[in-house]
Design a protein around this ligand. Structure first.
Ligand code: ARG
Ligand code: ASP
Length: 727
């Protein structure tokens, strides 16, 4: 049915095209581009056809787009399987090869030849072979009258049956995912390579330049890239690592444009966006803005403040906590921008307006009225009902697991105990081996005294703010039982007595027999408190949250179906769900606030403006300073003679789009997506073309760096450099 509506829209496309306010919004399915987007894309300057982007009959752009370890995106840029992604996407691989002698994070790394490329454990690169709409098969027999459980179990059965009928090679996999909130299903036949080696990375002072201060910020000056290579067996098929594996020969790789970008140029971002929520009712959006985001921001404010002070006081702590701090700060900063953007663009008013139109249409049609008029009032009721549970859930997750690390260890220990209780010593030993190797890394970057401060502060906040009273009980009881007078004393006492505060203590625990170890774990004060809290949470909050949330999901599915039906002339794209999508827009400036306009491109001179010698965020390597002074930019400079670094566009992106290629009108690589502008991070909930921009590294900065800085011109020779604008 969506298909049919889309067809109608295609007819109306002349109208959509002229309405350029919406250009940029949407994460589209590659196989539907021809019917939905091609005309608009061409009107915006695209010179390719939809078939050049996604084809199952010939090599097309999609064959160069690779899901990087299931999280980020990457792309093939040479005929020998060279893979480009972000520095922050390859970070843990780069880190894993780093040591004090070979500090690749600090100094960068460049393989001098194929045999120097570094082998990675557990790194995957997944191609999409083809995509099919399988809604008919998966939803066979499903009716609106079914309850959720029956519906889901029929869908699961249909999927299993259907998978058996799909023609595929033994080395291919099948992934089937719900779209439009479960109103449609698409199948992805995938091909995953597992021998993916590290080829090169710039030093952090380039790849992470500006770090947390500049994260989510424009103007930006980060060379956020790293390079890998996919290896295959003799038949070009996936194989586990073997010395005689050979570079993968792709069906397609992206040529690279040396011609740069100008405001207004067509751009397209092709990748694997993770999650968006564009079709929430106004009640959900106001809950995010007024209740949930402020709570999460508030918790992280406090945790970050404590950790920041410790990092400033001790350089060793700074190294140990840098990565943890960055990941806590990343979404903290994103939520602040998101809330502000939702307010500044009046997202709620727009939602209200949309809902008003929806209700007017629904009420004017007897059948729709019957089917759909209850949806919004029901949302209102359910969101009011879920609010205290959702808020408690956020407080609990952010406090217990995200920011108090001791409680995270408790959770693992609890799993270990459960394995023992359910599967005896085998279950225990199995899990212990994995846990021990994880904890070894964990404790390297753990300071119990810092965690204790965070715990004392956050438990206080939790106690003060959490809206469901009974969830406070475990803390009250534990404090009383310990005989301490304040939260500070209580946490000090708990950290002193717990055996989970150092790796040595945990090892000593693990040396005991499984039975003795389990007894000791169960007697641990942190374990007693933590598991009590989890049990009360599960029973009093988790279960209720899940029950209401499942009703909301059902409603959301019906609402999605309804709006598609009620607004046949509007184009709806499915929310991101980690599957392959195309976004397109233009290189575009924006005005974040009154009297301020942000231009589209940054230059190396801007890097130098931000340079703070020796700073952990804004240092600039000497060689880069020299190249800048000598203006030794080779063929990579912009028309004005300056070295370009980053640029922005109106492409709709989200987490998971990191490492996605920015592609020009002809299908050439022009940039590497890695972030969004702060004012526009609300694009996950309500994209607004006036301030939503994605940030890309200019590919010429990457080439300049590889060639002039790293001296790895043999890599450049593998690539295909083109001049599309000089044709
Ligand atoms: N904000 C970007 C994204 O969400 C980049 C994050 C990595 N960089 C950082 N400084 N934490 O993933
Ligand atoms: N930085 C994000 C990523 O890593 C991209 C974004 O959220 O814009 O995927």
């Amino acid at each position: 049915m969506i298909q049919k509506n889309l067809k109608i829209l295609f007819v109306l496309l002349g109208l959509a095209v002229s309405n350029l306010a919406i250009a940029g919004e949407g994460m589209w399915l590659p196989l539907l581009l021809q019917s939905l987007n091609e005309a608009e894309m061409k009107s915006m300057g695209m010179k390719m056809s939809a078939e050049d982007i996604y084809s199952i009959n010939k090599g097309s752009l999609k064959d160069a787009i690779v899901h990087f370890n299931g999280g980020c995106t990457s792309e093939i840029i040479s005929g020998r399987g060279l893979l480009l992604t972000n520095h922050h996407c390859g970070y843990s691989q780069i880190q894993s090869h780093s040591s004090l002698e070979n500090n690749y994070l600090r100094d960068g790394f460049w393989a001098k030849s194929l045999k120097d490329e570094l082998v990675n454990n557990n790194l995957s690169a997944t191609f999409i072979q083809r995509i099919e709409d399988v809604s008919k098969d998966i939803l066979k027999g499903v009716t609106d009258a079914m309850n959720d459980k029956d519906r889901q179990s029929l869908i699961d059965q249909n999927m299993e049956k259907f998978k058996l009928t799909v023609k595929k090679e033994a080395y291919e996999d099948i992934v089937i995912r719900p779209f439009y909130k479960g109103n449609q299903y698409f199948m992805f036949v995938t091909l995953t390579y597992r021998d993916v080696r590290l080829v090169g990375a710039p030093p952090e002072s380039v790849g992470k330049f500006g770090s947390d201060t500049d994260n989510w910020v424009w103007p930006r000056h980060t060379g956020d890239f790293s390079i890998f290579r996919i290896y295959a067996d003799k038949n070009n098929l996936p194989a586990e690592y073997a010395e005689d594996n050979v570079p993968y020969t792709p069906k397609h790789f992206l040529p690279i444009s040396l011609d740069g970008v100008e405001e207004g140029d067509f751009t397209m971002v092709f990748g694997f966006p993770g999650r968006t929520n564009q079709y929430l009712p106004s009640y959900a959006v106001s809950q995010i803005v007024d209740v949930l985001n402020p709570a999460k921001i508030g918790i992280r404010d406090r945790a970050l403040k404590i950790v920041d002070a410790e990092m400033r006081a001790d350089p060793q702590v700074k190294i140990q906590y840098a990565s943890k701090f960055a990941s806590i700060a990343n979404y903290w900063k994103k939520w602040i921008g998101e809330s502000q953007g939702l307010k500044s663009t009046n997202a709620l008013d727009k939602k209200h307006q949309f809902e008003k139109e929806f209700m007017a249409k629904v009420n004017a049609n007897a059948q729709w009225k019957d089917q759909y008029a209850y949806l919004l009032p029901e949302f209102k009721k359910l969101y009011a009902e879920i609010e205290p549970y959702a808020l408690t859930r956020d407080y609990f997750n952010e406090t217990a697991f995200r920011n108090i690390e001791l409680l995270r260890v408790v959770n693992f220990m609890n799993n270990l105990v459960t394995r023992f209780d359910n599967n005896g010593e085998t279950g225990y030993n199995d899990y212990k081996a994995r846990l021990q190797s994880y904890l070894k890394g964990f404790y390297k970057n753990y300071r119990a005294n810092i965690d204790q401060k965070v715990a004392s502060d956050l438990l206080g906040l939790f106690d003060e703010k959490v809206p469901i009273d009974i969830i406070r009980q475990p803390l009250k009881e534990a404090v009383a039982l310990s005989g301490t007078k304040s939260l500070e004393d209580f946490t000090r006492d708990m950290y002193k007595r717990s055996n989970f505060t150092t790796y040595d203590k945990v090892l000593a625990l693990f040396e005991k027999s499984p039975k003795e170890a389990v007894a000791a774990i169960k007697a641990d004060p942190a374990f007693k408190f933590g598991t009590k809290m989890m049990t009360v949470y599960d029973n009093e909050v988790g279960k209720k949250y899940n029950a209401i949330n499942s009703k909301i999901s059902t409603l959301q599915r019906l609402y999605m179906k309804a709006i598609i039906e009620v607004f046949p002339d509007k184009r709806f794209y499915p929310d991101a769900n980690g599957t392959m999508r195309v976004s397109y827009g233009k290189v575009a400036s924006y005005e974040p606030k009154d009297a301020v306009k942000y231009l589209t491109k940054t230059y190396l001179s801007g890097v130098m403006d931000k340079y703070v010698p020796g700073d952990y965020e804004f240092d600039v390597p000497e060689k880069l300073r020299t190249l800048y002074q000598q203006k030794d930019y080779g063929p990579y400079a912009d028309k004005n003679g300056k070295m370009p670094v980053c640029f922005i566009g109106s492409n709709h992106t989200t987490g998971g789009n990191s490492g996605s290629p920015a592609i020009d009108a002809h299908g050439n690589l022009i940039g590497l997506n890695f972030d969004r502008v702060w004012e526009g991070t609300m694009s996950d909930i309500n994209y607004d073309a006036s301030i939503c921009r994605n940030i890309m590294v200019d590919v010429r900065y990457i080439l300049f760096f590889i060639d002039k800085y790293a001296g790895a011109d043999y890599l450049i020779k593998e690539m295909k450099l083109v001049h599309p604008k000089k044709k």
